[in-house]
Design a protein around this ligand. Structure first.
Ligand code: ATP
Ligand code: MG
Length: 869
């Protein structure tokens, strides 16, 4: 006998069956209901590969394969798979399979991976499974399963992890199909936080409907007592049923679509089965099941791999406020250290928050910054309850928000902290921080003048390193001030104002609040935008320049500008602009050029602004200021008329003063951060040039995929493995450059809060960032180069709005961003221009399509999409 009957597989044969089949055999032996079947052991796969001479052929193909070339990998893998499917297996095997399956209905032919291969959890579902297979085509499908051992992901995975490609092989499980009227999956613990509850997902027909995502299954949660605690019945429009070699979903009749797939009693039965499996295997299980005429069959059980020992929860949401950009290893090693050491640790030591100094504050995951929820939660408890608003609690998963919102305030510690600041770090006092910052900003630019004039290529390695050290010393003060100014002073004061307006003057939409914090003088982002608008107006006023700007591609335009004497005047204005604002960019990430490094970005913005209606931004701004002053006066009058109006008015005036100062502080510190980043980039680009020249890296830009420590170590003679380290990091960066990874990570589990349907209307909730409502057409802008396409009164949808994006805000009708809260740049500038904005809408650039009509409610922080539109 070649085949191993599932019910007779013994302990010593487990190595031949693969994990999936081995587990099922073990379950049968312990009395669980599993559909009968047999296993084509891995030895048979090996034999096939050798007998057909495919081992030699495959080795030769892999030998010459360039793994860096995705198209080549795809081609080679396909070639291997086709050879496997194209060769017949030995007669004995075909005969045995034939006699084991003949005349007995339909079969499931399932890949069963060998344990040491693809041990990584992310590999689930990567090798093929065929359902509803007729007896006469089982043999062919076994070969297809064999072939799936050679799919691109598996091959690349083995290559990356240095697993010999021909070593392990694959087993195949052939099993009677369950004529399932209901199917689903189950987790015997919450896979995300490990909570003691069983989660079941179920729908009609075969499990294929869930696996392929064509239905949203019903969801049942059973508590520790085994009873259904929560049930969510979804509309299940389709299902897949048992039919010969057919897997097409069919439409379910209307009346059945909203019926629960399981009643509570059935769900509880399945949950109890899950608990038995958990006890049997000794760890929480991830289970696949199917029901046939009231009987539950188990199709698979494996450990929940996401439950790891490290239970730290990380959130990407907090980073949205400050550091939402895709992040390279070099940039993380720089800014990450400044935030951890000087903002968090040193700041906490001064304030006496000793429990905050030992833990990691941030990490990088999928090239984005995540903050440690534990640290954030601690920080929250040092601040009064009312400061924990909906927007801030949104950094945490929904189910934790209530607990964190209601946790007792460590008020005494907070008071002591203020005293400690006054004694140990006087510049941290609210009355001083902003003044100290202005002094620093001025001196930093002066100190940098010699560096700016320097030709870095002429420095020795030691001198270049010394420049870095000096620069770092010069800007540390920035972090030592923003640690107070950005968080306590800015968020704190603004929240108090917002709250007072809400409870004293019923400002629930945030309209009054928005008025008193816009039209503030000295906003560097607005200043930049006004300068851009002036430059655009200058171009418009000159027919020659206007025509060139309109017709030429940006790079071409810049060249003409340089060469044509007719454009001399404009060129001067353009260069003057770059001198003052050239350190800006569309992102913090220093991998990407600044305006001065790549002025085509400015040309793109000018192109967009040229067609804008003649807006006098300066005048608009002055009106905003008048509006604010008037609003302040009205508000103070109204407060004065309240009970205890006198003291309330006084308190409001003082707090508003600081709220405004520190809102500007927060906005403008970014201007000077950009000044630092511009210079850091220039310095490390020089390292990149040197490393490339010495053959240590393949391209100058590769320098961004090394940490600063690695760069300095290389300089001291440690250059080995550098290229090998760079490759995977670069891939990660490329992959996540324009995509937002999930909001939360714990161990190796990732998750997000979701979007809801209300009837035919999709309701998407974000953060209300600027009041007002607007209905209009969407314009999705993925990259800064596309900014020029934005039309008048469109709703701009982007992943995040760095100040560099805000130049077109004067012409748009509304704004949606994937990241950012009420204090992000996009929010601040939207309020300035009076356009409604909703931020922190995860996946916005994917959810919305250019040209689609949507309604934006900036008061509520929601967006509505009607299906009929
Ligand atoms: N004997 C069977 N009868 C009915 N449905 C089945 C049977 N075997 C499998 N299925 C359905 O097919 C789905 C997929 O099968 P299978 O577990 O082999 O592959 P997978 O889940 O895609 O990948 P993995 O190898 O990671 O488990 C199962 O979840 C189940 O719904
Ligand atoms: Mg499975």
């Amino acid at each position: 006998m070649i085949l191993l009957e599932l019910s007779k597989v013994g302990e010593q044969e487990l190595g031949l069956t693969g994990g999936k089949a081995g587990n099922l055999a073990n379950m049968i032996a312990s009395g669980f209901d599993v559909p009968p079947g047999f296993v084509v052991p891995v030895t048979e796969y090996d034999r096939f590969i050798k007998d057909t001479g495919l081992d030699v052929k495959i080795s030769a193909l892999l030998e010459k394969l360039d793994f860096e070339d995705p198209a080549a990998v795809e081609r080679t893998c396909r070639q291997i798979r086709e050879s496997i499917v194209g060769h017949p297996a030995r007669d004995e095997l075909a005969k045995e399979i034939g006699s084991s399956t003949s005349g007995k209905g339909l079969w499931a032919v399932r890949s069963s991976a060998i344990a040491e291969d693809l041990a990584d959890a992310s590999f689930a579902g990567q090798q093929d499974t065929y359902l509803n297979v007729r007896p006469d085509s089982v043999m062919e499908h076994v070969r297809r399963c064999w072939a799936s051992y050679w799919n691109e992901r598996a091959v690349t995975y083995r290559h990356d992890n240095q697993v010999p490609q021909l070593r392990t092989g694959i087993a195949v499980l052939v099993q009677r199909m369950v004529t399932a009227d209901r199917s689903g999956i189950m987790f015997t613990r919450d896979p995300v936080d490990g909570k003691e509850e069983v989660i079941i997902e179920a729908s009609f027909g075969l499990g294929e409907a869930i696996a392929s995502g064509i239905v949203t299954p019903d969801r049942y949660v059973c508590g520790e007592n085994g009873k259904v605690r929560q049930r969510q019945v979804n509309r299940k429009q389709k299902a897949v049923f048992l039919a010969e070699n057919k897997m097409e979903p069919v439409e379910l009749e209307e009346a059945r679509q909203n019926v629960a797939a399981l009643n509570d009693h059935e769900a509880e039965g399945i949950a109890a089965l899950g608990k038995r499996l958990e006890t049997h295997f000794g760890t929480p299980q991830d289970v696949e099941w199917a029901m046939e005429g009231g009987k539950v069959f188990l199709l698979q059980s494996r450990p929940i791999t996401t439950l790891t020992k490290d239970r730290t929860l990380w959130t990407r949401a907090y980073g949205d406020e400050y550091w939402a950009d895709v992040t390279s290893p070099l940039f993380f090693s720089l800014l990450g250290e400044y935030l951890t050491e000087y903002v968090n640790r040193e700041g906490s030591r001064i304030m006496g928050y000793n429990d905050l100094t030992g833990k990691d504050l941030i990490m990088v995951h999928k090239a984005h910054i995540y903050f440690n929820c534990e640290v954030l939660e601690e920080v929250f408890t040092y601040n009064p309850k009312f400061s924990r608003t909906k927007e801030l609690l949104n950094y945490f998963p929904v189910k934790d928000q209530e607990r964190i919102g209601n946790a007792d305030t460590k008020l005494m510690k907070r008071v002591v902290a203020e005293v400690r600041i006054a004694v140990l770090d006087r510049d941290g006092m609210i009355t001083r921080t902003y003044k100290a910052y202005d002094r620093w900003a001025k001196s930093f630019l002066e100190e940098m003048a010699p560096y700016d004039a320097m030709d870095l290529t002429r420095l020795s390695d030691a001198q270049l390193h010394e420049e870095f050290r000096k620069m770092e010393q010069a800007f540390l003060k920035h972090y030592r001030l923003i640690r107070y100014g950005m968080v306590t002073h800015s968020i704190g004061m603004n929240l108090i104002i917002k709250r007072w307006l809400e409870s004293w003057l019923d400002d629930r939409s945030g309209e009054l609040y928005s008025k008193v914090i816009s039209g503030l003088k000295g906003n560097k982002t607005i200043e930049t935008n006004i300068a851009l608008a002036k430059l655009a107006a200058k171009a418009n006023a000159d027919h020659y320049v206007q025509d060139k700007l309109r017709t030429l591609p940006p790079a071409h335009f810049l060249k003409e500008m340089k060469d044509e004497s007719a454009m001399m005047d404009f060129e001067k204005a353009f260069n003057d602009f770059l001198k003052v604002y050239g350190q800006r960019s569309h992102t913090r990430e220093i991998y990407f050029p600044r305006w001065r490094d790549d002025p085509t970005m400015v040309v793109n913005i000018l192109k967009a602004l040229m067609d804008a209606p003649d807006l006098d931004l300066e005048k608009m701004e002055q009106e905003k200021v008048q509006e604010r002053l008037q609003a302040e006066k009205d508000i103070l009058d109204r407060i004065g008329r309240l009970e205890y109006g006198g003291p309330k008015k006084l308190a409001f005036k003082i707090v508003l003063h600081y709220a405004q100062i520190y809102l500007m502080f927060r906005e403008n510190q970014r201007f000077y951060l950009d000044h630092q980043l511009y210079r850091l980039r220039r310095l490390f680009m020089e390292y990149g040039r040197r490393f490339k020249e010495r053959g240590w890296v393949d391209s100058q830009m590769d320098i961004f995929f090394l940490s600063k420590e690695e760069i300095f170590a290389a300089e001291n003679g440690k250059q080995e493995d550098m290229k090998a380290k760079i490759e995977p990091r670069k891939k990660d960066f490329e992959r996540w450059k324009d995509k937002l990874p999930p909001k939360f990570v714990r161990g190796n589990a990732e998750f997000d809060d979701t979007i809801v349907w209300q009837g035919d209307v999709l309701k998407i909730t974000g953060t209300s960032a600027s009041p007002g409502t607007f209905t209009g057409l969407v314009r999705v802008v993925d990259t800064i180069e596309q900014l020029g396409q934005v039309g008048d009164d469109e709703i701009l949808v982007t992943s995040n709005t760095d100040p560099g994006w805000t130049a077109v805000f004067s012409k748009i009708g509304g704004l949606i961003t994937e990241t950012g809260g009420i204090l992000s740049h996009g929010a601040v500038v939207s309020r300035e221009y009076g356009i409604p904005a909703v931020t922190a809408v995860k996946g916005a650039t994917k959810i919305f399509k250019t040209g689609q009509r949507i309604t934006l409610d900036g008061n509520e922080g929601t967006i509505y999409v009607s299906e009929s539109d």
